[in-house]
Design a protein around this ligand. Structure first.
Ligand code: SF4
Ligand code: SF4
Ligand code: FES
Length: 220
């Protein structure tokens, strides 16, 4: 088993383990949104899990590095924190922050990262660019909130793992990218059995069981 140093603490992990997982398993928190064991190769899309590794010229994403004997890793350097704070501000610039009306409130990874990095969820001077579609209600069981989605892809992955194919997919491109539901135009082909695995894995409040009318705080 490789043994290595993270923030001067010696840890060990099985060969083939990602550095991010090894750190999280050893109670060393590194901000992360898109990493999920089993997504292979990792999507490396959120660009939040930076660390510095001795011998590397620049910080690297810890979810895309496997542990090695004698690595020397630092998770809390000025360069790492600057990259993470910039990444978080970018995420927040396309996020509709309305925690009191969000079902992820108090268990949300964005809230956790913001607290950890000491960045307010509504930083002063941050321009916001929200998508025009506020909520996609086209699914029979789920609602999707594009302006909360961090496009981590975990929902797509867990649905595929559970059902053999995913009822969720990325659609559109660039700034317009969203998660969309397969089969909603033809309910007879919709594979979704309302297992809620996608809701459970979502690190924010972008997927929720459908609520209607007066129950729905977002329509208030
Ligand atoms: S997803 Fe998180 S940060 Fe966004 S509104 Fe919900 S609780 Fe707040
Ligand atoms: S809906 Fe949630 S799990 Fe799916 S991509 Fe968006 S943030 Fe990730
Ligand atoms: S967790 Fe590493 S890039 Fe998202």
């Amino acid at each position: 088993m490789p043994k290595f140093l993270v923030d001067n603490k010696e840890i060990e992990a099985k060969q083939g383990t990602t550095l991010l997982k090894a750190c999280l398993d050893n109670e060393i928190y590194i901000p992360n949104l898109c990493y999920l064991e089993g997504i292979d190769p990792p999507s490396v899309s959120c660009r939040m899990c930076f660390v510095e590794i001795e011998g590397e010229r620049q910080p690297v994403t810890s979810c895309s590095v496997l542990v090695k004997d004698d690595m020397v890793v630092k998770t809390d350097t000025p360069a790492v924190r600057q990259l993470q704070r910039t990444g978080l501000r970018l995420l927040l610039s396309v996020h509709h922050v309305d925690c009191k009306n969000c079902q992820a409130n108090k268990k949300c990874e964005l809230q956790r990262m913001a607290k950890f990095l000491k960045v307010g969820l509504k930083p002063k001077g941050l321009e916001r660019h929200l998508r025009e579609i506020e909520i996609d209600r086209s699914h029979p069981f789920l609602d999707y909130y594009p302006n909360r989605c961090v496009l981590c892809g975990k929902c797509v992955h867990v649905c595929r793992e559970k059902n053999g194919q995913s009822a969720l997919t990325f659609s559109k491109r660039g700034f317009d990218t969203v998660i969309s539901f397969y089969g909603v135009r033809d309910l007879s082909t919709l594979e979704c059995e309302n297992c809620s695995a996608c809701i459970d894995i979502c690190p924010v409040g972008a997927l929720a069981l459908k609520v209607t009318g007066a129950e729905d705080p977002t329509t208030a």
